[in-house]
Design a protein around this ligand. Sequence first.
Ligand code: GDP
Length: 194
Amino acid sequence: MHIRSAEFIQSATRPGNYPPEQGPEIAFAGRSNVGKSSLINNLVGRRKLVRTSRTPGRTQLLNFFRINDQFCMVDLPGYGFAKVPPEVKKAWGPMVHTYLAQRASLRGVVWLLDCRRVPNDEDLQLLDWLEELQIPTIPVITKIDKVKRSQRLKQLKPILATTGLPADAFSSFSALSGEGREDVWERIVEALGL
Ligand code: GDP
């Protein structure tokens, strides 16, 4: 994918302030610190399109980006950060579920899991919603550079066991080496129908 332009459009919490639907949309979801900002920035080749959060969980909004005047990327708020106030935590579920259920232009969700963490209740909640709402899902294992190639299958076992997904459902990605970038792009382009 050749990126000619990538611009931030706006942030939103509810449908009333989503930007108008313009072309297909792909969203990115995962727990705080999973490497979501790094993945998006790497995909679009802009180091700072999405601010990588030094304080995990700081971005508690839906952030809309327009790419090549052709499609949108939506950075969904990260979940699972312990220091987020309870009222913010409570808002996350309805905010994300409403977006997933109501956004007609949504074509798929890139769902990120850290290679070194066992998926927790919030991860699985999100997977349930994606399945219930029949939203095409692109599961991506992040930070794969942290695991030696020979250890990878073993490392993925708890993720496969908790999600019930087969190994070939996952793409592996590293923002450090760029490994997996083409694979993730291919799946996004297919989901967007480009
Ligand atoms: P977000 O909270 O999900 O947006 O996560 P960030 O993209 O801000 O990344 C969280 C932390 O993980 C940062 O310190 C990143 O430098 C680091 N990180 C992100 N992606 C990778 C990766 O592929 N490999 C390694 N080794 N570190 C990563």
